[in-house]
Design a protein around this ligand. Structure first.
Ligand SMILES: Cc1cc2nc3c(=O)[nH]c(=O)nc-3n(C[C@H](O)[C@H](O)[C@H](O)COP(=O)(O)OP(=O)(O)OC[C@H]3O[C@@H](n4cnc5c(N)ncnc54)[C@H](O)[C@@H]3O)c2cc1C
Length: 349
């Protein structure tokens, strides 16, 4: 089998990368060691924005803003082409106190992001006090987005090989000649590493300055007959994401515990305490899960060509905002492949 690109990893990043490459006319094979769309990209909340953008550098802001700007069109195109509705909706995000009002206001003004000072009871029945409302923030429903991305890859002629675990690269004279997988060797003109939290592990001694590592996040899911509110709520890193069908996702934890994807009683208790502090009458959650974010320093991903291995590219390390960044990140990868690398997200030696 001969292909232009072999992508390792079928999360939001690998699938989005496959789509831009296929649309550009390349042949693409994508492998995943399990089923596509079942790791961090599935586990995430689908908020299409950093939580408090003012906490991050311009490198994060710019990639996130570009992704946010592309998402409405991307979701509509995917719906049109695949018939799968990723449930993109501009539900807006309401910040509950305490928050850094001056910093948030100044940041939003500087970045021309809408921010309204509101009374909470205008958005949440019976809730007293003031809040900040960001009407432009949108969300998607991750599992559906991933199904749509996968189907689009199929439709464009990409080959997806599931249950193919990448084991190690065969390298000769600074080029990868083949990739050993759990199902035999595969070769391509070039390789793209999009294996999320597992990306660095696969590189071994070739990781150079890439510092991607797993950061666990746990979520609770609640179910109501109808959405109890229509906006995303954020209170000091705890968010509530209302879906159209009455599900509400609540998250999340940030835990540096290695490749351990188990849920814990401690996290469940912590999240429930925070939920009940705001909504004492809420029922028990219907589900509890965990995912491993591809954590990287300052939340800045690595996108571009390996400094030594000439036919290896990375698109990984998007940490807390990989779904938001995915369309813009795939475009940056295509630019890097076309010889226009972005220095901000480059691979560090
Ligand atoms: C609880 C939680 C909440 C989040 N909320 C949000 C949010 O609201 N908004 C947002 O934008 N982001 C959010 N994120 C972050 C976001 O989910 C991630 O940044 C993003 O999913 C990373 O995508 P990825 O494709 O790089 O990784 P993944 O989705 O993890 O995909 C990596 C893929 O690589 C495969 N793989 C790994 N190793 C190998 C191997 N050796 N061989 C073959 N395949 C391999 C895996 O099976 C997997 O399918 C959240 C994450 C979590 C965990």
């Amino acid at each position: 089998m001969k292909t232009d690109f072999l992508i390792i990893g079928g999360g939001a990043i690998g699938l989005s990368s496959a789509i831009v490459l296929l649309e550009a006319g390349f042949k693409v094979v994508l492998i995943d060691r399990s089923a596509t769309g079942t790791e961090a990209s599935w586990a995430g909340g689908g908020i299409l924005s950093p939580l408090c953008s003012w906490d991050y550098s311009e490198a994060v802001t710019s990639l996130a803003e570009n992704g946010m700007g592309m998402f409405e069109r991307t979701a509509a195109m995917l719906f049109d082409a695949t018939g799968i509705d990723a449930e993109y909706q501009k539900s807006g995000m309401l910040l509950l106190p305490p928050y850094q009002e001056k910093i948030a206001t100044a940041w939003c003004k500087a970045h021309q992001v809408a921010l309204n000072h509101v009374r909470l009871d205008e958005h949440l029945q019976g809730m007293q006090g003031k809040g900040l409302f960001m009407p432009g923030i949108a969300q998607v429903r991750n599992p559906r987005l991933l199904q749509a991305l996968r189907r689009r890859v199929d439709m464009l002629g990409g080959m997806i090989l599931e249950q193919h675990e990448a084991l190690h690269f065969d390298i000769q004279q600074d080029r990868i000649t083949s990739l050993k997988t759990s199902n035999g060797s595969l070769s391509a003109d070039a390789y793209i590493l999009a294996a999320g939290a597992w990306s660095r592990t696969l590189l071994g001694e070739h990781a150079m300055g890439m510092e991607v590592r797993p950061i666990r996040g746990q979520m609770l899911l609640f179910k109501f007959d109808a959405p109890p509110f229509s906006n995303i709520l954020l209170q000091e890193n705890l968010y509530f994401i209302p879906r159209r069908d009455g599900h509400v996702l609540v998250g999340s934890t940030l835990e540096d515990v290695g490749f351990d994807k188990r849920t814990t009683d401690g996290a469940r208790t912590y999240l429930l305490q925070r939920v009940h502090a705001l909504f004492p009458d809420w029922p028990s959650p219907v589900k509890h899960w965990a995912g491993l974010r591809p954590g990287s320093p300052d939340n800045i991903p690595t996108i571009g060509r390996h400094p030594r291995l000439h036919n290896l590219y990375a698109n990984c390390g998007h940490f807390r905002y990989g779904v938001t960044m995915s369309p813009a990140s795939a475009k940056l990868l295509l630019d890097a492949i076309g010889g226009r690398p972005d220095p901000v997200y480059r691979w560090r030696e």
